[in-house]
Design a protein around this ligand. Structure first.
Ligand code: ADP
Ligand code: MG
Length: 730
């Protein structure tokens, strides 16, 4: 077999499972092959085809690909042909003849051709030794790409009971797997499930802010390497491709609205490396065999995780490091929901909506994305405890980590393991801690344990990750064996008995929502307050006076809130007169500086303004929940553009922009990137602003100096955005 592999393909080794699958096929058995895109499925039927006597039939829905595949095989010296609707009549006749004379080893056929009577009668006279059904998920309505024509394959199976069948797909949840077996009527198929882990792919989700700029950066940093960018709509692919071309990047759009010829040309030239960037809808790339795609970017949300996984699977087939970047925004989610809500069939609508929810969950993960994807696809390798806690290939695992006090959660996990008898895996222990109603938990009566449901601030992935660290800390051990159960070590028992403390690390959380930041500010103020109290105590001891003689608590509170950095500011603190300023000012300010140095993130504490400070009332107006400003701010910060906000709120764009201006001039942070005009317009506006005097520029002057396609609001937004970034850098 290795001989054939070397001879026809030039490869020295089989990839995982290929050899086992080939042996099973040659033994005359049915097979179901689940392997990720790029895993090497084709070889699993092509190599047996070379060994078998008769002809191998390959059913595939990918008409556009058949020619490539067949050309490739021919190039390797294999007698292969294809029959589909694109084939001229003369070729059809020729191939028929050759097939009948036994001159063809591998014949690709599209499912609709297969169904035609002409082909059926040809089949009867052929010596078929193997049938391969590629992209087999197309037979299942539960898959993401159902093809009614595939249903006819069940009849084909019944008409050739003695011919082995092999069904192959890259997408299979358990439900789809079972459905393939049933619909196709496979006979006791052996199932081969390869690991779906694509170790060379790096997964990343980014908030969709200034996504165009980010995308350009991604592409430019990759020079002329190949990239596929997936968009939501045909129009979007056209526009984005045009914008990229405008910057000198060689990009071309691809979508189902283009005629077949243009599509084929684009695909061929992309594969040939004549241009590096395709901006496409999902119509592009079903199984394209381009080994060196270095970047797959989803400029809009994918509709399902199955689709996402398959699309990202087109990156890095050659095994070299490649990136998958998904831009996520709230407004994309709403856009998809809009379309989903228009699906009339209740079942279909629910299905689509569930799929979207899974995509959103994926985007919002705080734990390893790779693990999540693999678990979703039922990949057994992740349940294996050898799977690393840190995959080192997703934005979560690669993000900076922070230490946290893990004493309590460690106590909870260890106790739960002991209470359940140290006979279960961490998945079960996690389920108990989370108060899961899953059958196993209830049947074992674990819902009546004192540890049931005592964790509510973590999810199962986070618990798993912490448990992994507890193993590394030597507090837990894993039993190797059929079931990976966990137990508590002696050190773990001592940890519980002696009430020791434990610090572990976790990924630094993504930027906290506003509310949390306020809480954080408060705890920082509290810490500083405590520090100031200690300082006061020291001074009081030195001077041998009671502490309140130095400053009272209210003064220290105010000081901790205002964080004075100069004598002027210090004098403003309530309870600080001239004498005390002279006597203690420098020492307390030194103490504050010291604290800020030790807690660099505390410099971001919002210093509390004076009550007579002009900003205060505006700030209050914005922070008052439900105020018109805060509503605008909320939506902008979710990633909407000003015009989307205007649309959503039923207000004019001018009003929204005036909200923005008010907030920016009062130093209130608001996300403006999505509202910025396209880069080419930005350039023009920036230049006009500079020319007209920068921050002092009169809008009307700027307006007169820019093109017709630029609105007043565009200029105002750019100006506000500038003011905001200047404010930040100073
Ligand atoms: P799939 O159909 O599973 O997406 P393919 O069959 O198209 O994947 O194979 C993907 C790539 O991997 C192809 O370029 C193929 O030539 C290559 N490949 C397959 N098997 C091997 C192997 N044993 N060694 C090296 N390369 C292989
Ligand atoms: Mg394939």
């Amino acid at each position: 077999m290795l001989d054939l592999l070397k001879r026809y393909y030039g490869y020295d080794h089989f990839r995982p499972l290929q050899e086992e699958i080939i042996s099973n096929v040659l033994a005359g058995n049915d097979s179901l092959v689940i392997m990720p895109t790029g895993g090497g499925k084709s070889l699993c039927y092509q190599l047996p085809a070379l060994r078998l006597e008769g002809i191998t039939l390959v059913v595939s829905p990918l008409i556009a690909l058949m020619k490539d595949q067949v050309d490739g095989l021919k190039g390797n010296g294999v007698e292969a042909e294809f029959i589909n609707s694109t084939l001229p009549y003369e070729d059809m006749v020729r191939i028929r003849g050759e097939a009948l004379r036994g001159k063809i080893k591998i014949l690709y056929v599209s499912p609709e051709r297969l169904a035609l009577e002409g082909f059926q009668s040809l089949l009867k006279s052929l010596n078929v030794s193997l049938v391969a059904v590629d992209e087999a998920h197309c037979i299942s309505e539960w898959g993401h790409d159902f093809r009614p024509d595939y249903r006819g394959l069940g009849a084909l199976r019944r008409s050739m009971p003695d011919v082995p069948f092999i069904a192959l797909t890259a997408t299979a949840t358990h439900r789809v797997r079972d459905d393939i077996v049933t619909q196709l009527g496979l006979q006791n198929p052996q199932r081969f499930v390869a690991s779906f882990n694509r170790a060379n792919l790096n997964y990343e989700v980014r908030p969709k802010r200034n996504s165009f700029g980010q995308l350009v950066e991604l592409l430019e940093s990759r020079k002329s390497q190949s990239a596929i960018i997936y968009c939501f709509s045909r129009k979007e692919t056209e526009e984005l491709a045009a914008d990229l071309q405008g910057l000198g990047l060689k990009a071309r759009p691809y979508h189902a609205g283009k005629d077949a010829d243009a599509r084929r040309r684009t695909q061929e030239e992309f594969i040939a490396g004549e241009f590096p960037i395709v901006v496409a809808t999902i119509a592009f790339g079903m199984g394209i065999d381009k080994p060196d795609v270095r970047l797959v970017a989803h400029y809009s949300l994918p509709k399902s995780l199955e689709g996402y996984y398959q699309e990202t699977g087109r990156a890095g087939r050659d095994g070299l490091a490649s990136d998958c970047v998904l831009f996520y925004s709230y407004s994309d989610k709403s856009r998809q929901e809009f379309f989903i809500n228009r699906i009339e069939d209740d079942v279909e609508r629910k299905k689509a909506s569930d799929k979207l929810t899974q995509v959103i969950d994926y985007c919002q993960l705080q734990t390893c994305r790779r693990r999540y994807l693999l678990e979703y696809f039922g990949d057994e390798t992740v349940s294996n405890d050898a799977f690393p806690n840190n995959c080192k290939g997703c934005d979560i695992c690669l993000s900076p980590r922070e230490e946290f006090d893990a004493t309590i959660i460690a106590q909870k996990i260890l106790s739960a393991i002991i209470r359940t008898g140290e006979r279960f895996g961490i998945a079960h222990v996690g389920a108990v801690l989370l108060g899961s109603k899953r059958k196993k938990v209830l049947e074992l009566g674990h819902d009546s344990l004192s540890v049931y449901g005592i964790v509510n601030d973590l999810d199962r992935n986070e618990i798993r990750e912490i448990a992994g660290q507890l193993v590394a800390e030597g507090l837990l051990y894993r039993n190797s064996g059929e079931y990976a159960t966990v137990g508590v070590t002696d050190a773990g028992r001592r940890f519980l008995r002696e009430r020791k403390t434990l610090t572990l690390s976790r990924p630094k959380r993504a930027e906290q929502p506003r509310r949390k930041r306020v809480e954080r500010t408060e705890t920082l103020n509290d810490e500083l307050f405590e520090r100031l109290r200690r300082l006061r105590l020291g001074i009081a001891r030195e001077l041998e006076v009671p502490a309140f003689v130095v400053f009272n608590d209210a003064t220290l509170r105010d000081m901790a809130k205002r964080i004075p950095r100069s004598r002027e500011e210090f004098a403003q603190v309530s309870g600080v007169g001239t004498v005390k300023l002279q006597q203690f000012g420098d020492r307390f300010m030194a103490g504050i500086q010291q604290y800020l140095k030790e807690h660099p993130d505390a410099t971001k504490i919002e210093r509390s303004p004076n009550s007579d400070h002009p900003r205060t009332s505006a700030k209050r107006a914005v922070s008052r929940e439900g105020s018109t400003y805060s509503q605008t701010r909320e939506l902008l910060n979710q990633g909407m553009s000003a015009s989307q906000v205007a649309h959503r709120r039923g207000l004019s764009i001018g009003t929204i922009v005036s909200h923005v201006e008010m907030m920016v001039s009062n130093g209130i942070d608001v996300a403006l990137e999505p509202s910025l005009p396209r880069t080419d317009r930005m350039v023009v506006i920036e230049a006009a602003l500079d020319q007209a005097g920068g921050p002092e520029a009169k809008l009307s002057t700027v307006y007169e100096n820019v093109g017709d396609d630029i609105t007043y609001e565009d200029i105002r937004i750019v100006k506000a955005h500038r003011a905001q970034s200047n404010g930040k850098s100073h």
